[in-house]
Design a binder for this molecule. Sequence first.
Ligand code: PMP
Length: 408
Amino acid sequence: AFQADVVPQAPEDPLFGLMAAFRRDTDPKKVDLGIGAYRDDNAKPWVLPVVKMADDRLRNDPNLNHEYLPIAGLADFTAASQKLILGGDSPAIKEKRVTSLQTISGTGAVHLGALFLAKFYKLNTKRTVYFSNPTWPNHFQIFSNVGLPNQTYPYFSKETRGLDFEGMINTLQNADEGSIIVLHACAHNPTGVDPTQEQWKKIAEVVRAKKHFPFFDTAYQGFASGDLARDGWAIRYFLEQDFEMCIAQSYAKNFGLYGERAGCFHFVTSPSPDAQSTVTRVASQLSILQRSEISNPPAYGARIASLVLNDPKLFAQWEEDLRTMSGRIIEMRKALRGKLEELGTPGTWNHITDQIGMFSFTGLSETQVMKLREDSHVYMTKNGRISMAGLNTHNIDYFAKAVDKAVR
Ligand code: PMP
């Protein structure tokens, strides 16, 4: 019989443990560079002005109720989500080669895709999933939980603090044909390092030659560069090349809807006379998986995003809000690099401005990270990743000096 007393203690989630340690610290100078959520220049959570507008409209809607959504979620939301990530004039949409389900944010989208592949992926018998090294740690847990084995491809070069492109390509070339390749669409977490467009083309070439299956994780569209099309470029390029693929889309960061859990999963099939029938069958299976996991997704965040995505005025305001967030982060990158160079801090710091998005892989060692925590009350993950959003005009001097002290 099952006895719960045999259950071993699991380790604490490192990120949430870090948050708890930060909260316990009573020093007024403490700096939180751990968790990946946007903060304004006063280190406060920021409700996007467009989200406030949509929220007001929703609250004043006399017809709003709390009924269940359909299994696949709010149709206006999933249709608009397709257009946003695939492009409004995408042939995949016109040719009905896409099926989309609203999910529990990006995590739920990755999970639904993983579960679907675990059940139906037959391109090779090993079904190995390849992640970048490093990647968002939850990728390992999500894909392991559904029983798919994983490996990693080289990604971050410690020497250049940029992309290890050769290592990545070699590993993809040597992987078993028909492996599943998880790719971060933009603003790679945790490194902030993205391939260039030329490098993406080469990646697509290898994925095609080896009949690999691309699985895009997109959690930062618009948040990285401030430009939705630019941040969606890699996915749209793969689409133009007629790949079959999965896409996990999150609205946590780009709408600031973290706790509302708004996200979307898309399955796109390649052009073929059978495409529509394939998508219909895939949709029917996804619907059963979704039903057994969550029955139907949460309504509120999707309603907000849907209002914005489907209203040109609100959409324009959203684009402005995206520029506000990405712009502030890019400013902080410039300022941090500038201050470290001014202080003559040992090492090179161009990677701070070369990297993009919420995170920067600083290259600080675990010892230096712990020193920063103990001496200066600065909190970041042990791998030296900082959330750029935790920096602001009030603490950036303090942080640069603390880094300078820690690396000397
Ligand atoms: N994928 C990546 C790469 C991420 O960085 C995140 C956010 N940390 C997610 C997926 C999903 O986050 P959420 O479930 O909050 O949308």
